[in-house]
Design a protein around this ligand. Structure first.
Ligand SMILES: *[C@@H]1O[C@H](CO)[C@@H](O)[C@H](O)[C@H]1NC(C)=O
Ligand SMILES: *[C@@H]1O[C@H](CO)[C@@H](O)[C@H](O)[C@H]1NC(C)=O
Ligand SMILES: *[C@@H]1O[C@H](CO)[C@@H](O)[C@H](O)[C@H]1NC(C)=O
Length: 298
């Protein structure tokens, strides 16, 4: 009987202890920006909940498993930072819930962890982690080279798109008349790594011009450059003209001529007056479309 009571008492105590460790301290949220542009100050924050009967022992911040900042209220020096390459705390709240780092360099990227511990006797500890990528955005949009002024049906279209220097590497893709270019017409991307850790990508589009490529006389080539969700830019060239020899004059070719007339005003290639080029598949215009660059924090 007595031992039964003892056992019941022990199990109640254990239950309370379990309850205590589960609910006394809880990590509510860790916020780490996923993509940080080079040279900007990343702000990280950690929210936790401590039961009113508990006392905070420590808040510690780690990057790639190494501690760089700690707050231990009972310590002589309640807040301390430890220098890591590319990681230095510039500002923090008194309880270390929020930290702002000095402007990001490439080494600032990595896995960040926030660890919160309660006081004796149980030292409950909770932690969470999140990854940060430091992004060096290209200062220029993609550049298209190798495009000729005129193409005729049967010609080999061979153009090269090159990204600005970035990190991580920019992803390029080609579109023909707004449709993704078939894999068979796109070569393997070339990657060039610069000494400063930035990368340049280039991608060659290579295909034979067929009638189907000229939609109402237009051939549009677009190169799209992206980096995750933070960068999005494209460059487009539009080529236009009449059908090649052997094609009956059709409504389409007349349309082509009227378009070519318009080109005289806009084109820099300088066709004059009535001197329409004989087999013209001419470069209509080179559009540079600048989409806004966006950053998504979190
Ligand atoms: C801490 O960071 C959170 C989330 O970024 C923010 O909402 C809050 O205002 C910050 N608190 C302080 C005291 O800076
Ligand atoms: C930490 O301090 C900030 C103000 O400096 C406060 O807003 C926040 O609630 C505190 N966090 C915790 C978990 O006590
Ligand atoms: C494409 O252009 C880049 C930059 O000018 C160059 O490094 C690369 O070799 C070119 N690729 C081809 C296949 O011409």
């Amino acid at each position: 009987m007595a031992s039964g009571h003892v056992r019941a008492f022990i199990s109640i105590v254990m239950l309370l202890c379990k309850e205590y460790t589960v609910t006394s301290l809880e990590l509510l949220e860790l916020r780490v920006p996923t993509h940080v542009p080079l040279g900007t100050r990343p702000s990280l924050s950690c929210r936790w909940r401590l039961s009113p009967t508990d006392i905070l022992y420590s808040v510690k911040w780690y990057k790639d498993g190494k501690e760089f900042f700690r707050h231990v209220p009972r310590d002589v020096e309640p807040r301390r930072k430890f220098l890591l390459p590319g990681v230095d705390v510039e500002q923090s709240t008194p309880n270390a819930s929020n930290v702002t780092l000095y402007p990001a360099v490439l080494e600032t990227g990595g896995r960040y962890r926030c660890e919160v511990s309660g006081e004796r006797p149980l030292f409950p500890t909770v932690s969470d982690h999140a990854d940060m990528i430091v992004v060096a955005l290209p200062s220029t949009g993609p550049v298209i080279t190798g495009s000729r002024l005129r193409y005729q049906i049967g010609d080999r279209v061979q153009v090269n798109c090159t990204s600005g220097r970035s990190r991580p590497a920019t992803r390029l893709s080609w579109y023909i008349n707004g449709e993704p270019a078939p894999l068979s017409s796109v070569l393997e991307p070339e990657l060039y790594k610069h000494e400063d850790g930035l990368e340049t990508t280039s991608l060659v589009l290579d295909f034979k011009a067929k009638p189907k490529h000229f939609r109402k006389g237009d051939l549009k080539l677009k190169c799209l450059a992206t980096i995750a969700t933070v960068y999005w830019r494209s460059n487009e060239e539009s080529v236009q003209g009449e059908r090649s020899k052997g094609y009956s004059r059709s409504k389409e070719s007349l349309e082509g001529a009227s378009r070519a007339d318009r080109v005289q005003a806009a084109s820099k290639s300088g066709y004059r007056g009535h001197n329409m080029p004989p087999l013209p598949v001419i470069l209509l215009l080179a559009l540079v479309l600048h989409f806004p660059t966006r950053f998504y924090k979190m």
